[in-house]
Design a protein around this ligand. Structure first.
Ligand code: ATP
Ligand code: MG
Length: 504
């Protein structure tokens, strides 16, 4: 089915998120939609999917105007969408979520439907090597698994038009490759695909057509043969450095000592097994590994969100493993969680208030019991400016921000106070290339200012760009700590469980 968007304009109040956008997506083609954070990509796709009503313009399917009253109509018309912010119902199972939105059925037929949905989940999950249990409850699943459910849901309907809004943001490299190969198969079978991604390698791998939008307007198109540098500069309107400049680290005193730290989860499974390491002031230790090998548990155990079963962590000479989270943060730890929407932000709070989440009762934001609105606002304006958070107002809610801009708010908060230790998990997830460049510079500045830094990243490029030392995790253990010039093959072997000596 051919999809045409003609003159789509979408406003939020006085802000124009989509400004007269034209887009044609041909059947049997992958159309990549690129643009910086807040450019209006998700908004445009939400209009197309019937979630928003456009103020102007129309959507044509095979030349005929489509008048969607909601996502149900869009699905009935053959459109499937993988949402950037998942639209799953947390207390429902995977199969129930996949079934939702299919036409209503009653009584015995409903049970049959659930059986069919379970079978479908199983089938697609096997095909992708996704390992998703149809009966798992969504809210118990980590983000990566939820992303896989979104994809399964969209694919379960044999859509003629498939919209993928950053489908790979939380997938492992292997899962990403599987997904891209399925996208190619669907395209070859005649599906029209819209792909939104900040990973230019993916664009180069599958796109047939590329459209770039900036500040709500189409600013150009590019050939699939375009280089990453060309795509990047078209997106952000300036040249972007794809490499990170940094001086040799000058490590100082040991800032963090982790000794024999262990975590056992609620089901009694060991997630972190006797991990010991140090991080010095002025150095970046990157934790590499396939997601799900204990990195999350390590970061969360250091902050104190998950209980430890053995071992200690000491920050600047003080044991932190027995302290409340709030005290750990106040003793000089900055923490960027891997799931910004769950753990990093309060969606219904304003941007200004999200920027002072753990600090609202501290000077200069409070004097005694009294909040200092003027100071809070001034600080917020400063952060929004520095981190280029695209918003109409610091009083807007975090939920109104685009995905990448939400991430920038979390980073702005955590990187703007004096830190002894920064722990950042997937710090640039969902950010556009220009913002990644900026955030990498800020993290290095943090190091050079004397903080100890731990970066947890499943992007090997990011690990190699930032790290002064690389710790590789596998099955809850650190299998080795190696220098940053270690080759990718060795790291790959270590990520698959080989110890340092075997891998080298
Ligand atoms: N419900 C809303 N209310 C107010 N403003 C909104 C709302 N939804 C989006 N916006 C604004 O519209 C702009 C475009 O947002 P959109 O989510 O489409 O960006 P995006 O291109 O998908 O960015 P990202 O790459 O970060 O996901 C943003 O500046 C955002 O703040
Ligand atoms: Mg988006």
């Amino acid at each position: 089915m051919k999809l045409e968007l003609k003159g789509i304009t979408k406003r939020f109040g006085t802000f124009t998120a989509n400004d007269s956008i034209d887009l044609v997506v041909e059947p049997g083609k992958v159309h990549a939609l690129l643009g910086e954070n807040g450019a209006g990509k998700s908004t445009l796709m939400n209009v197309l999917f019937g979630l928003y009503v456009a103020d102007e313009g129309e959507v044509l399917l095979d030349g005929k105007p489509a008048d969607f009253d909601g996502p149900g109509d869009a699905m009935a018309a053959g459109i499937g969408m993988v949402h950037q912010h998942f639209m799953l119902v947390p207390p429902f199972t995977v199969a129930e979520n996949v079934m939702l939105g299919h036409e209503q059925v009653k009584g015995a037929a409903k049970l049959l439907d659930l059986e069919a949905a379970r079978a479908k989940v199983k089938e697609i999950s096997d095909r992708f090597k996704f390992d998703v249990d149809p009966d798992a409850v969504i809210e118990d699943l980590p983000v990566g698994a939820q992303q896989r459910v979104e994809i399964i849901k969209a694919l379960s309907r044999d859509a003629k038009i498939l919209i993928l809004d950053e489908p790979t943001a939380v997938l492992t490299p292997q899962e990403t490759d599987e997904l891209l190969s399925i996208v190619k198969d669907l395209r070859d079978a005649g599906t029209a695909v819209v792909l939104i991604t900040h990973k230019l390698r993916e664009v180069q791998a599958v796109a047939d057509t590329i459209t770039v939008i900036r500040r709500g307007k189409v600013v150009g198109t590019a050939e699939p043969t375009a280089s990453q540098a060309e795509l990047a500069s078209l997106m952000v309107g300036r040249d972007v450095s794809m490499t990170v400049d940094k001086d040799e680290a000058k490590p100082g005193k040991v800032m963090l000592t982790v000794d024999d730290l262990s975590v056992v989860d609620e089901e009694g499974i060991a997630r972190l097994k006797h991990v010991s390491f140090n991080v010095r002031a002025g150095e970046i230790l990157a934790i590499a590994g396939v997601q799900g090998n204990g990195q999350t548990e390590l970061a969360e155990a250091l902050l104190g969100v998950v209980p430890t079963t053995a071992g200690t962590a000491m920050l600047d000479g003080e044991i932190i493993t027995d302290k409340p989270i709030k005290d750990v943060l106040h003793s000089g730890m900055g923490f960027v969680p891997e799931d910004r929407t769950e753990d990093g932000l309060v969606a219904s709070f304003t941007i200004a208030n999200n920027l002072i989440l753990d600090l609202h009762d501290k000077a200069p934001y409070a004097k005694g019991m009294a909040l200092q609105p003027k100071v809070i606002a001034e600080e917020a304006e400063k952060h929004v400016e520095q981190f280029d958070v695209r918003t109409t107002s610091i009083e807007a809610t975090a939920s109104s921000l685009s995905g990448g801009n939400q991430q920038k708010v979390v980073l702005a908060r955590e990187l703007s106070r004096p830190l002894k230790l920064l722990i950042a998990s997937q710090p640039t997830r969902g950010l556009d290339v220009g913002s990644i460049e900026f955030v990498h510079k800020r993290i290095i500045a943090e190091r050079d200012g004397g903080a100890a830094v731990i970066i947890v990243s499943s992007e090997l490029d990011e690990v190699l760009a930032l790290a002064d030392r690389i710790a590789v995790m596998y099955h809850g253990e650190i299998v080795g700590i190696v220098p940053p010039d270690t080759d990718r093959d060795t790291l790959g072997l270590m990520m698959a469980g080989a110890h340092e000596e075997e891998a080298a």
